[in-house]
Design a protein around this ligand. Sequence first.
Ligand code: FAD
Length: 406
Amino acid sequence: MKKIAIIGGGASGMMAAIVAAREGADVTIYEHNNSVGKKILASGNGRCNIINTTASVTDYAGKSPDFVTYALQQLPFSAFETFCHSIGLLLDSKDDGRCYPLSNEAKAVLIAFKSAVSEVGIKIFTEKKVTSITKEKEAFIVVCDGEKKSYDKVLIATGSEAAPQLGATGDGYSFAKSFGHTIIPTYPSLVQLHLNSKHPPKMAGVKTFAEVTLTIDTKSVTKVQGDILFASYGISGLAILDISQRASYALMQKQRVTIEINLLPRFDSQSLSDTLKRLFTSVPNHTLEAVLSTLLPTKSLPYLLEEARMERDKVVSKISVQEIQKLVRLFQSWQFEVTDTHGFKHAEVSGGGVATAQINNKTMESNLVKGLYFSGEVLDIVGRRGGYNFNFAWASGMIVGKEMGR
Ligand SMILES: Cc1cc2nc3c(=O)[nH]c(=O)nc-3n(C[C@H](O)[C@H](O)[C@H](O)COP(=O)(O)OP(=O)(O)OC[C@H]3O[C@@H](n4cnc5c(N)ncnc54)[C@H](O)[C@@H]3O)c2cc1C
């Protein structure tokens, strides 16, 4: 019976373990947290956006996003659902492709995976941090708490550096390097952004629907609509998370990153200008701040009007056509320079990682070291928000489990 060590009891490690054990392998999981699957529990705001039914290569970034194609073909949604049923987990897929456990609780996902892991006799060592992996002749030596154990095959499923409070270590990169693998520089993704403006910190807590345009150097690269949330450090919200991978990667490349916020994307500039004129005519004696409160969050108005250099208590009958145009420009194209991300601690995932050029995507085995495998987020693959990161973790874990158990 093949002896397999899996380093990391996260999503992809547990998937690989169950599949390999079902194939008849003798599997041991090393997990340095006091429990497996901490990120599963924290995911999707406690709901776990477990997969996306529409995942395709365009939902991923990395040096070679094509790397994911085979894994996604091997684990289409129907196959994942069948696997979930085999571990007693029911799913609820939404019209937009996002899928959650039917109970809407991330806990249900972890319970099902943990039950399946113990059912097939996998050994789990928790609070066991692996400190080194070496290969001596045909055997891998895994060192943990100074103790050495020998295995036929090893899977590095240690995830990324994102969210160290949930167990992320970046150790997988060191293990990979020690076997000669290249590490593509890592950066936080699905993360909040820091801005170089005095206003957002003062606007902390203001949440609104907006359109955000991301510009890198002078090129506008993407535009998304969604909630934004001003915070003491800068800006957050789903629209910001959605542009954060490209912003963070560009910052790492030392490019200039700016965002333009359209606070009123439901209007084009002409209709906004007409609406303001109509409002100002219908309530001529009201103050500017009072009138604008029908359009924008009240907490944002003092700062927006300060930015526009206009008096909050000016009666609107005295607002000129030029001033209306100035307000339209500010509300629809408020510009900020992005100075940094909020860091790995606050990121959901990390870009970069073990170079996929040195991994066989049909087996997840290293092209450099026979018997050494990688799966999940430790690889240079990062997905969009929407269940795509778990998607790749499960799919790569499934492939590697089958392969190692063979
Ligand atoms: C707050 C949050 C919410 C998220 N929500 C979603 C979501 O809804 N949908 C989605 O698709 N993705 C989500 N993600 C991303 C998703 O959790 C990850 O992409 C996924 O968990 C990656 O799986 P993995 O198995 O590769 O790594 P992980 O799940 O991170 O597992 C790696 C494991 O290795 C362990 N480990 C590390 N080093 C060592 C060592 N030296 N020895 C032993 N053990 C070690 C770690 O403790 C960890 O348990 C979220 C992430 C976060 C942080």
